[in-house]
Design a protein around this ligand. Sequence first.
Ligand code: ZN
Length: 311
Amino acid sequence: MNQYCFGIDIGGTAVKCGLFDVKGNLLDKWEIETRTENSGVHILPDIADEIQAKILEKRLNKEEIAGIGVGVPGPVNEEGIVLCAVNLHWGVTRLEDELKDLTGFPVKVGNDANLAALGELWKGGGTGYHNVVMVTLGTGVGGGIIINGRIVSGTNGAGGEIGHIRVADDIDGICNCGNKGCLEQVASATGIVKLANDLLKNTDKPSILRESEVSAKSVFDAVKAGDMLAIEVAEKFGRYLGSTLATIACVADPEIFVIGGGVSKAGTVLIDYIEKYYREYAFNSCRDSVFALAKLGNDAGVYGAAKLILL
Ligand code: ZN
């Protein structure tokens, strides 16, 4: 009888909403503003209102709704308790109980990066696999680990926080998490820009990167154009990320690594540099893991949230 479910991805500025059928077809998607004032007390009632309105608009029967999956930007433990969500101004939140009380439907919650991994496994770059590690290369570095179709979130909800694996002793500056030497400091979009600017400063080698402000995109565009200095940056980036994924493989041993986030728009060239070092450093049993680009873009979170209800 259950034919539909909702996938909700709560971000700091917008809440993405999706109506799915249970086969995973996205039937409708829309966004609302995230109202974070007053410690974010409006966020869940706003979502409940949207869901009731959509059910009326589409003339659905309540019996046909399997439930609501929700992604949040913060750690979620295995009991489904949101431990905090700084961007939403939330402390410990029993989201599953609260949203169920507001809507009458079953609710499941997960961390947004973990749900992006689940979404990519279901309908994106990891389709057909059961064990995936996803890496999201954006302003920061996010991650999600799915083993046998289940999210590994851990005791503190920190499972899959790939961006905060320590990768080096000699990195300047402090990571957003307060530690030093995190993967995020060298493999995020901002990290890649920093690698490039450091290299540009320390040499007078010619490079098209000297002609305008450096971005992660301009670095990989220059790599594609054969720019030697940009290639040096890509090698450094690839060594950091490839060796870290080789370490992760010794713990999680996934079938596939899915690479997403804004930086992944560079395309397969990005994978080439990661894979090169992964193959060099990986333990022999997991050396042949597959690499793929993410396919769902900003929709990965709503897909994963919906899938959470169908697990
Ligand atoms: Zn960190």
